[in-house]
Write a protein that binds this ligand. Structure first.
Ligand code: DAT
Ligand code: MG
Length: 167
């Protein structure tokens, strides 16, 4: 069954210049990239993305991590991969959440670490199931940024909205 998954290359992945390596590993899946961009992460986006973890003791550090505050770069690379069993394939390549427990040939096993303050710096995010993928993709992307119609959308008239164009 064709599915979509959100992939994030987190600030540690960007800081360690791992973008190319990670995309090469993900290309093993033969899935299609249907959206990609660099994204500045706002506190609202970070908290909404990780809202299922908001009661965990590590939540404040997790938010600082995804905001880029631990790596001095306030951005992540966000992509949507699409194709047969996309979630299972990408999660398998990513490896376990805890980078110390992840298979050593997985992305997290190869490049992740646990910091002394207990943050799992695990390099990538992959959606956990189809419902989470839909929620996350709609959070990170507008319909027009994705080159296939993944989910129903509608057209609305937007009046006098300010937009930046080339000068
Ligand atoms: P995953 O990213 O594998 O889907 P998750 O959704 O349960 O895992 O957690 C989101 C992120 O939160 C995870 O990538 C790293 C962090 N995290 C999860 N459990 C943690 C823990 N016990 N200690 C520190 N960070 C943790
Ligand atoms: Mg998750």
């Amino acid at each position: 069954m064709s599915q979509a998954t959100l992939i994030l290359i987190k600030p540690d992945g960007l800081k360690k210049s791992l973008t190319g390596n990670i995309l090469t590993r993900l290309s093993e899946t033969k899935l299609e990239i249907v959206a990609a961009k660099m994204k500045r992460v706002s506190k609202e986006l970070a908290q909404e993305h990780y809202k299922h973890l908001k009661d965990k003791p590590f939540f404040p550090e997790l938010i600082k991590y995804i905001l880029g505050e631990l790596h001095d770069r306030r951005k992540v690379m966000a992509l949507v991969y699409w194709g047969k069993d996309a979630i299972t394939k990408c999660r398998e390549l990513a490896g376990s959440t805890n980078p110390e427990e992840a298979d050593s040939t997985s992305i997290r096993g190869s490049y992740g670490r646990i910091t002394t303050s207990g943050v799992y710096e695990n390099v990538v995010h992959v959606s956990s199931d189809a419902a989470e993928a839909e929620r996350e993709i709609k959070l990170w992307f507008e319909p027009e940024e994705i080159i296939v119609d993944l989910y129903p959308s509608k057209e609305i008239a937007v009046k006098e909205q300010k937009k930046k164009v080339w000068a």
